[in-house]
Design a protein around this ligand. Structure first.
Ligand code: CP
Length: 306
């Protein structure tokens, strides 16, 4: 019998396993029809204790495109969590109904607790300010598709680097590739957490922390913009003060390399001006499309369907 596998962190898969996953995502992109019955009879549960547009609908579309079915909840207030049911009990129940589960939760580590009690694969669809591994798979596949490689880059990550879980997962994942140099661009209140810079120091991976985006634009091979995470702030005044700290616009993009792509996990608020949406370097909506292919590949891999 195959060992039960979950996806809690992008590091749960080796670099070689990720390559296979991305190759499979590429095959799916080229031949969607050929994969349209691979999950006939399978059910995906989406248990979302926090709001989502992309991740939940991308998972559900992925399962539907594979021929399977979906069920779940998009609002925990309509589930028995509102009556006090624990995540551990909920996943035991979901395991009786579904073949695989994608879970988003505001508490860091909640999907991990679920995985420890589950008899079906559990995918972390975002846990608090901690990790968002399938966004990272999306980001890596997008980068690989745009540049044909995942090594030898100077990467700017800009915005809310403290609470942005997509940033934490992406740094973790990219730190395994050759020749990566990070530039962290944030106000001092939203700096990347110390445990991440400590990990980079230990691995000897070069990084710089700056406040002004304009100063480093010409150095970047790509720029990962992020939204200031309103829902993680303890104090509304701080959020209001910091929310428009960075706004990427045409003037700033004029300082960038001609082939410097802009990525963003979305949702966007004000941090990328809509005037850039038609710039050929704006890759953030393409990213969403890659998210579908990689989630299809992940579902097949975790269900061990060839
Ligand atoms: N990128 C992302 O996680 O978007 P949603 O919050 O809409 O799922």
């Amino acid at each position: 019998m195959e060992k039960l596998r979950h996806m809690m962190n992008p590091l749960d898969f080796s670099v070689e396993e990720l390559e296979s996953l991305f190759d499979l995502a590429g095959e799916i992109e080229r031949d969607m029809e050929g994969y349209s019955h691979k999950c006939d009879g399978k059910i995906l549960a989406t248990c979302f204790y926090e709001p989502s547009t992309r991740t939940r609908l991308s998972f559900e579309t992925a399962m539907l495109r594979l021929g399977g079915k979906c069920m779940g909840f998009a609002d925990a207030s309509n589930s028995s969590a509102a009556k006090g049911e624990s995540v551990a009990d909920t996943i035991r129940v979901i395991s009786c109904f579904a073949d695989i589960c994608a879970m988003r939760h505001p508490k860091e580590g909640a999907p991990m607790v679920a995985a420890s009690k589950s008899s079906i694969p559990v995918i972390n669809a975002g846990d608090g300010g901690h990790q968002h591994p399938t966004q990272t798979l999306t980001d890596l596949l997008t980068i690989r598709s745009l540049y044909g490689k995942l090594s030898n880059f100077t990467i700017g990550l800009c915005g809310d680097l403290k609470f942005g879980r997509t940033v934490h997962s992406l740094i973790n994942a990219l730190s395994r590739y050759e020749g990566i140099r990070f530039i962290f661009i944030s106000p001092k209140e939203l700096r990347v957490p110390d445990y991440i810079t400590e990990m980079l120091r230990q691995k000897g991976i070069p990084y710089e922390e700056v406040i002004k985006l304009e100063d480093i634009m010409p150095q970047l091979d790509f720029l990962y913009m992020t939204r200031v995470q309103k829902e993680r702030f303890f104090n509304e005044e701080d959020y209001i003060r910091l929310r428009n700290f960075y706004i990427l616009d045409k003037e700033k993009m004029a300082l960038a390399k001609e082939n410097m792509f802009i990525l963003h996990p979305l949702p966007r608020v004000n941090e990328i001006s809509v005037e850039l949406d038609d710039d050929p370097r704006a890759a953030y909506f393409k990213q969403v499309q890659y998210g579908l292919y990689v989630r299809m590949a992940l579902i097949l891999t975790l269900l061990n369907i060839k």
